[in-house]
Design a protein around this ligand. Sequence first.
Ligand code: HEM
Length: 118
Amino acid sequence: MLKSIHMLFILLSVGGFMTRIMLAQFKPACLQAKLGKIAPHVIDTILLLSGIALVFQGNWMAGEYGWIISKLIMLIAYIGFGVMAMRSTGIKRWIAFVLALACFGYILVIAISKHGFI
Ligand code: HEM
C-alpha cells in the first residue's frame, strides 16, 4: 500500500515537473494558476514522507542503508537541477532539465538495485 503511494507520487512528481517545464517554455501564463503553484509542493512532500515511512516500515536503517543516503543526495540534485531548469531560459534550461531527468533515472536505478555510491 505504502509502496503503491510512493510509486504513484513518483509518477506525479516527474510528470508534473515535465509539464511545468513545457508550460514555462511554451505557455508561461498557465504557470500562474494557483493549483499549479501549490500542487508540486504537496506532491513532493507526500513523495518524501512516503519514502521516509518506507524506510521505517522495511527497517532499512538496521542494515546496509548507503543506498538510501545516495538516494537522498540524488534527490537534492534532482530538485536543484529542477529549480535551475524552471528559473533559467534558453539552452541553460534544457541542460538543467536533462540533468534533472538523469538524476531521476539514477534514483530509480538505486531504488531498484538497492545499491548506491555510498
Ligand atoms: C524522486 C524520488 C524517488 C524515486 C524516483 C524513488 C523510487 C523508488 C522506487 C522505484 C522504489 C521501488 C523499488 C523496488 O521495490 O524495486 C522505491 C522504493 C523505496 N524508496 Fe523511493 N524513490 C524516491 C524517493 C525516496 C525517498 C526520499 C526515500 C527515503 C527518504 C525513499 C525510500 C524508499 C525505500 C525505503 C524503498 C524500499 C521499499 C521496500 O522495498 O520496502 N524513496 N523508491
